[in-house]
Structures are given as C-alpha cells and as structure tokens.
Design a protein around this ligand. Structure first.
Ligand code: HXC
Length: 536
C-alpha cells in the first residue's frame, strides 16, 4: 500500500556537494572576493564619476582619514524596497559608505554618499546607516563628518526616504553643541537634503561639482519662469558669497578634504573637552613691530584686519570662516601660544568695517560655535557703527544685530577685546564691550570709543552755530578738535574703567596671550532655564 508519508527522493551528487560545509579557505577567499567587488564598485559608474571630476565615496574617505584607520559599518546592507524594477537590484552598502576612523590620530565618524549607486539617493537602509553613524558619533563624543553627493530622497522608496531624512535632521539637532558637525558637499545636494548641511556647524563646497538647492532648475522654471543653471542656482560660489550657506569653498576635492582635516585639528572632540593645544611658543613676551605699521592713525583710512590677525596668531596661521561672505567681518580660528582661539574682527577694508545684517549673522553664529566648544574669543574692534538705510532696516538689521549681541552676552568662554581704532555707538557695545561681559578689554592708543565720530557729533551738537558762523569750516575744525580732546583721547575709556589697559600695539600678541592664560580656568554658571530665546 501507498505510504501516507511522501517519499524522500535521494539527493543528487551535486546537491550533496552543495550542502557539505565549505572549507574555511574557500569561505575566506569568497569573502575577500566579494569585499573587493563591493569596494571596487561598478566599473562603468566609477568611470562616469571620475569623468565628472569627482572621486568615489571610498577614495574620498581615504583622502580624509589617516591611512588604514577606517572601520566600516554595515558594508553588506541592502535596501528592502520593492517595485519600480529595483527588487532585482540590491547592491551592497546601498549607496553610502559609513564608519569611523582617525584624523591625526583623533577619532571621527564619517559617512560618504556613493553617487555610483542610485545616484547616492537616500532610502530607508541608506538613512539607517547614517543614523547609526550619527548615534555612535554622539555616544563616543567625536566629530561627525558627512560627505554628501546625492540625488536626494530615493524616489522608489517614497515616504520612507522622507522619514529617513527626518531622522538625520533630528540627530543633527540633538548633537548640536555637543560634537562638531561638518558637512562636505561634493556633488548634488537637492531638496530637503540641503537641511543636513544647514544644520551642521561648518559646510564645505567644491566649485563646479557641488550644488545645493531646495528645488532644482526645472522646478524653478515651472514655478517662477526663471531660466537658471545648476551652478547659478546653488553652486559653491553662490553659497560661499551670497547666501552664506557654504562656510568654505574649494577648487577641488583634495584641497577641500585637506582643509577638513585642518579644521578638525583645531576643534575639541566634544563640548566637554578643550580644543587640542600645542606647546606654548613664547607668545607672552612677543613683540611684533609690524603691528605699529599696519593700522593708519587716521580713522578713515582702510587697512586689512587680516594683517593684524596674522601677527597675533602662531606662525601667522589661521583658517578663515566664511572668507567670501560678509567680508566686513572677519572670523577665524587659529592658535595663540599653542591654544586655539576664535577671532572676530571688523574689516575696515570692506564697507569701512561697518556692521550689517550678514556680518552680524556671520559673527553671531561663530561666537556661539566657539562658546559651545570651549574656544576663547578674541575680538578686534574697528567699527564705525551699523550700516544705515532702508535696505538694512527693512531686512531686519535690528533682529540680526541682536543675534550678535545675544551671542556675546551669553558666551561664557574667556573673552578678550582689543579696540584697535574706532568703536562707535551700538556697534561698540555689540563688539564684546565691557558692558556685555568681556573679561579683558585692551585698547591701542588709537582707540576712539564714542557715541559717534567727531565730525558727525559736531554737526549734530553745533548745527545752529555752524549755520550762523562766518567761516563754518574753521569753526567745525576747532569744534572737532575740542570734541576729540574732551571725549576721545587715548585714556578716556581706561580712566572710566571701560578698558583695562591701553597697550603698545607691538605688545598686542603678548598682552592677549597673557590675558588668555589668566582666564584659562574661567567658569561661569548661567541661571537654569530650558533655553533662551535668541532672536532668530
Ligand atoms: C532615485 C535617483 C535619484 C533619486 C538620481 N537617481 N536621483 N534615483 N532617486 N532621487 C539615479 C538616476 O536615476 C540615475 O540612475 C543615477 O541616479 C544617476 O543620475 P543621473 O540623473 O544620471 O545623474 P546626473 O545627470 O549627474 O544628475 C544628477 C541629479 C539628477 C541632478 C541629482 O539625477 C536629479 O535631478 N535627480 C533628482 C533630484 C531630485 O529631485 N531629488 C528629490 C529631491 S526632493 P541610473 O540607473 O540611470 O544610473 C528630496 C526631498 C527630501 O530630496 C525631503 C527631506 C525632508
């Protein structure tokens, strides 16, 4: 009779062979082969990437990190989406290389989007890998560096892609002020993807290959009728000079990633650490004769504040933040006597160093970054005031100027102010004056702290007398002289306790270094609150 159990068919020789445990040498060589294949990527796509003047994700990571330091995470992860023909296309790594390595021996976490797979677009698995790296960076208290090169949300994965972006943004905000976050744009960065760099502390872009915008040229054309190229809409120069979205702009990926390494070398790993110091180099007794020559004593003559900055920092070496945007304010990171400092200065070479909305925003964000990461602030003042006019007022200069005021008032790091020349009106107060909490105020003998410049003041105070005078020019000159002698002589502010010392300009580096040494262990406890309400 027929058995109620199905008959078990004897296995073929081939099946028996396949079921046999494979020997270790074979497993190892198959694994090595697969890994090589995943790391090499698809030849045609890699070639296309190179033809576009771009490196692959792995080549970029090699340039960024110390040799052989990279630990990769989830290299074999694939997407699990269905439909639109991507079921049969599940490449390992899912278009993003993620992990950790070192820069000059210090730990960092990194992800690099791989444009050769799905245009680097972000789906659920891709996002989960980035989330993981971000979570680890925060847990380990190490900087996060994102290398972006992506077509944005992966269209085939629909809402899950958007959900993935949201998770990235939330993590950026959670990590803000805890670990340094750096975004590097090395290709397209379209749509909501651009909010990742916007939330980072620093954003690097490369000319010609990197573009960032919320809506691309096609949508712009449909909605507004404007004809605009990718580069005109969101290229590196646009964001480096006009929008202020890019902090650093580079000609090529190599110099860009080199500068990322340099920037990291100046930053602490997290908000509980001090920035990495180098051995002291004797700055506390330095004399810099050039400092007596750079600044003209005539208040209206321009000069380059970066020349002063270069005399103050060790080896004349610094990295300028937003070099090409809001040039009337200079922000830079460098070292004085081996210790990292953030320097904010007015730039008399651009709009006479006047403060305007972009300048105030640039300085405010920099001051807050330095404060969050324990970087002392040195403020070089030569400011004729805020920029007048309807454009500025309508654009909310009151709001933007208040950001800088707020940032300084809130900063608890050591603060040294150096009044080089003009310090007029509200702009004097904002530029880290005694009243908003600077710890040490130094002034050059050229300092002019006043409500306004002598000429303007005399015109207001003596309008009637000047109108009636037989020789108004002579009288004006006389009154200006009198105003200067009464309210603007070199020791005026020092006699009233607004300035700690009036120093010989050639001794500025020494005086700042001594001041910072005095303030090194400064602590200030702010009252408890959820958070302040900075005028955004
Ligand atoms: C899926 C994408 C993709 C995307 C590109 N690809 N973008 N796949 N989802 N978003 C794929 C392409 O189909 C192509 O696949 C490969 O990547 C390379 O793309 P190309 O178009 O050939 O490259 P290129 O000519 O260099 O143009 C790059 C590009 C263009 C400018 C980025 O691909 C583009 O416009 N993509 C769409 C950008 C976009 O609108 N994204 C959504 C933004 S909205 P094959 O197989 O042919 O090689 C968004 C919302 C986020 O991101 C919201 C967060 C809150």
């Amino acid at each position: 009779a027929e058995s109620e159990y199905p008959r078990v068919r004897a296995r073929t020789a081939k099946e028996r062979k396949a079921a046999r445990p494979r020997p270790m040498w074979l497993l190892r060589s198959q694994l090595a082969e697969l890994r090589d294949e995943v790391e090499a990527g698809r030849a045609a796509a890699v070639e296309r990437q190179h033809a576009l003047g771009k490196r692959t994700a792995r080549e970029r990571i090699d340039l960024l990190l110390d040799e052989d330091s990279f630990v990769e995470l989830e290299i074999y992860r694939t997407h699990q989406a269905r439909g639109f023909g991507i079921d049969g296309n599940r490449p390992h790594s899912d278009g993003v290389v993620a992990g950790s390595g070192t820069i000059d021996g210090r730990r960092v976490f990194v992800y690099a989007q791989d444009f050769t797979l799905f245009g680097g677009s972000l789906g659920a698995a891709h996002a989960a890998k980035i989330h993981k790296v971000m979570d680890l960076a925060l847990a380990a208290g190490a900087p996060l560096i994102g290398l972006n090169d992506s077509g944005g949300a992966r269209i085939q994965e629909g809402a899950l892609s958007l959900d993935g972006y949201g998770g990235i943004f939330r993590r950026h905000v959670e990590a803000s002020g805890v670990i340094p976050q750096i975004s590097v744009i090395l290709g397209p960065c379209a749509g909501g993807a651009a909010y990742s760099p916007a939330l980072a502390d620093f954003t690097f872009m490369v000319r010609d290959t990197a573009q960032m915008y919320l809506t691309g040229p096609d949508v712009v054309k449909t909605v507004t009728g404007e004809d605009v190229t990718h580069e005109e809409l969101g290229g590196a120069d646009v964001h480096g000079t006009r929008s202020g979205v890019a902090t650093f702009v580079h000609d090529d990926e190599e110099s860009c990633l080199h500068d990322v390494r340099y920037l990291v070398s100046l930053l602490p790993s997290n908000n509980l650490e001090s920035p990495p110091a180098e051995p002291a180099c004797g700055a506390q007794s330095d004399e810099r004769p050039r400092l007596a020559e750079i600044v003209p004593t005539e208040p209206n003559q321009p000069y380059d504040m970066r020349a002063v900055l270069a005399e103050l920092v060790d080896d004349g070496e610094y990295i300028e933040i937003h070099e090409h945007w809001a040039g009337n304010v200079v922000c830079a990171l460098g070292r004085i006597d081996g210790e990292v400092v953030g320097v904010v200065g007015n730039q008399p070479m651009v709009f006479a160093g006047v403060l305007d909305s972009p300048g105030a925003q640039k300085a405010a964000r920099f001051v807050r970054f330095c404060d969050a990461f324990n970087i002392p602030l040195v403020t070089l003042v030569d400011v004729p005031g805020f920029l007048p006019g309807t454009e500025q007022e309508y654009g909310g200069i009151i709001r933007h100027g208040a950001k800088l005021l707020y940032a300084y008032c809130e900063a608890s790091v050591p603060r040294v102010q150096v009044i080089v020349r003009k310090a007029y009106g509200g702009a004097y107060i904002v530029m880290d004056s005694r009243s908003v909490g600077t710890d040490l105020s130094l002034a050059w003998p050229t300092n002019e702290i006043a409500v306004m410049g002598a000429e303007g003041a005399v015109n207001v105070l003596h309008r009637k007398r000047l109108a009636e005078a037989p020789d108004p020019d002579d009288l004006r000159a006389e009154l200006i002289q009198e105003y200067r002698e009464t309210l603007m002589y070199p020791l005026y502010a020092a006699e009233r306790g607004l300035v700690d010392d009036v120093i010989d300009p050639v001794r500025t580096r020494a005086a700042v270094a001594r001041g910072l040494a005095m303030l090194r262990h400064k602590r200030r406890q702010a009252p408890r609150r959820k958070h302040g309400n900075i005028p955004l």
